[in-house]
Design a protein. Structure first.
Length: 113
C-alpha cells in the first residue's frame, strides 16, 4: 500500500518487485487488497498481453494515512545508523565469520585424523 501511495499507480510486476514479493506466492495479497477495496485494478491490452495496473482507492489512501504511516513512524523497518556503527557491525560480523570458519576447519582436521 505504501509503495502505491508513493507512486500513485504501478503495474503488477513492478509493485511486487518493489515490495520484494513473488507473483506466484503473493498474488493473493493483491487480490485481498482489491476485495477489501484498498486498491483498484485495471487491465490494459498490450499487444497479445495485458498489463495489470494497481491504484490506491480513497479507502486505501485513508488506511495508509491514518494507520500505516503513523505505524511506520513509530516502528520503522530500517533503523537510521551512523557510518561508524555500520563499520563496527561489519567488522564484528567479519570477525565472527572468521572464528566460525576457523572452528569448522579445526573440526574437519580432527575428523581426518
Amino acid at each position: 500500500m505504501l509503495k502505491l501511495m508513493e507512486h500513485n499507480e504501478l503495474n503488477q510486476t513492478t509493485l511486487l518487485s518493489f515490495c520484494g514479493l513473488n507473483l506466484k506466492k503473493h498474488k493473493s495479497i493483491l487480490d485481498e487488497l482489491e476485495s477489501n477495496e484498498f486498491v483498484s485494478k485495471d487491465e490494459l491490452p498490450y499487444g497479445k498481453r495485458r498489463i495489470i495496473i494497481y491504484k490506491p482507492t480513497r479507502k486505501g489512501i485513508e488506511f495508509c494515512t491514518n494507520i500505516l504511516e503513523p505505524y511506520e513512524r513509530v516502528f520503522p523497518r530500517r533503523k537510521i545508523i551512523n557510518n561508524n556503527t555500520l563499520k563496527n557491525t561489519y567488522q564484528e560480523d567479519k570477525s565472527r565469520e572468521r572464528l566460525e570458519n576457523k572452528g569448522q576447519g579445526d573440526i574437519l582436521a580432527k575428523k581426518k585424523e
